[in-house]
Design a protein around this ligand. Structure first.
Ligand code: NAP
Ligand code: GDD
Length: 320
């Protein structure tokens, strides 16, 4: 018999790629979806007839219990979060409630409703924050630099503790930044490629950004969801860094993206203090050696290809 998976955050970037991957593998896929005045299903429209949606919210325990009872999942992928670092300073309590306490609600629900389900927690390189060593690995000390970062550290340790206390098969994927044409528009990569496409089509004349010196280890979301799945196929739960092992600055991303449409970025980019954060994560660079060794996982899409893919998709989208 095929397996059943429940994905929280199925309407987000990663949720949509993961749902497609699991359908390809023959899973029955359930997705937790929260009530919004206008449903946000644009990323999963192409698979709506193949998945089951269950209403629920990470801040509401009974809805999570109901989702677990309905889906009876073999695997639970907890991808839902208030995931935008910038917003976490404006909404620190909500961010803690959803991205931190929400993890405990998921774990409680698994403990009581489907104890044998395997759980994936969307942990993050933001936990390394002001990095204590370069590159960062599974043993690097955390030093979060935002309400989002410290909420995720709480969620991470909740998973470790439920694994040790209750023998729940729960793994943390410590994923470094991953992007795609489905990336939310407020994240820097997509903000850049969307603006480049607008400028190219004569729909905009400038791009306002914050810190151009920040460096990130950027990969492709389509590659990273494979690592999530692989973690839950292991006999033993564990924690894994998932990254490319390369780092690039926001400036490099900008240069390449403008180059793609034959424009000089310096004529269009304006540095705006509004987009500079109260505390910055200056440099992220992950060491994915453990994921390669244990999971046999490696990223396929490299930085230049990722930038090209995203610019191309936005140029095409806007030409319609
Ligand atoms: P995303 O596109 O922002 O998606 C977030 C998802 O969470 C959306 O489906 C959203 O639903 C849902 N959500 C938000 N609040 C919720 C709530 N209270 N109850 C239920 N669902 C809620 O994020 P992503 O890039 O796919 O990232 C997936 C996960 O990986 C997140 O936990 C993120 O923090 C983590 N992560 C991401 C990266 C990255 O680079 N992308 C790296 C490391 C870790 P709506 O559509 O209704 O808003
Ligand atoms: N969003 C944004 N907008 N970021 C900007 C801008 C701007 O105008 N200008 C410069 N940046 C810089 C930010 O200061 C940050 O250093 C970097 O670009 C990346 O910002 P984001 O794309 O917003 O991502 P993030 O690194 O803060 O967080 C993402 O990656 C994490 C994993 O490391 C999110 O996906 C998190 O959910 C994820 O955990």
């Amino acid at each position: 018999m095929g397996k059943t998976a429940l994905i929280t955050g199925i309407t987000g970037q990663d949720g949509s790629y993961l749902a497609e991957l699991l359908l390809e593998k023959g899973y029955d896929v359930y997705g937790l979806i929260r009530r919004l005045s206008t449903p946000n299903i644009s990323r999963i429209e192409q698979i709506l007839d193949k998945i089951e949606l269950v209403e629920g919210d990470l801040t509401d325990q009974s809805s999570l219990d109901n989702a677990m009872r309905t889906a009876q999942p073999d695997e639970v992928y907890n991808l839902a979060a208030q995931s935008f670092v910038g917003t976490s300073w404006n909404q620190p309590v909500l961010t803690g409630d959803v991205s931190g306490l929400g993890v405990v609600r998921i774990l409680e629900s698994v403990k009581h409703q489907c104890h044998d389900a395997r759980v994936y927690q969307a942990s993050t390189s933001e936990m390394f924050g002001k990095v204590q060593e370069v590159p960062q690995s599974e043993t690097t000390r955390f030093y979060p630099r935002s309400p989002y970062g410290f909420a995720k550290v709480y969620g991470y340790w909740a998973c470790v503790n439920y694994r040790e206390s209750y023998d729940i098969h729960v793994s943390n994927g410590i994923l470094f930044n991953h992007e795609s044409p489905r990336r939310g528009i407020e994240f820097v990569t997509r903000k850049i490629t969307d603006s480049v496409a607008r400028i190219h089509h004569g729909l905009a004349s400038e791009l306002r950004l914050g810190n151009l010196d920040a460096k990130r280890d950027w990969g492709f979301a389509g590659d990273y969801v494979k690592a999530m799945w692989l973690m839950l196929q292991q006999d033993q739960p564990d924690d894994f860094v998932v990254s490319t092992g390369e780092t690039h600055s926001v400036r490099e991303f900008v240069e390449l993206a403008f180059e793609e449409v034959g424009l000089d970025w310096e004529k269009y980019v304006v540095v705006d203090p509004k987009f500079v954060r109260p505390t910055e994560v200056d440099l992220l660079l992950g060491n994915p050696a453990k994921a390669k060794r244990v999971l046999g996982w490696e990223p396929k899409v490299r930085f230049e290809e990722l930038v090209k893919m995203m610019v191309k998709a936005d140029v095409e989208r806007l030409s319609k």
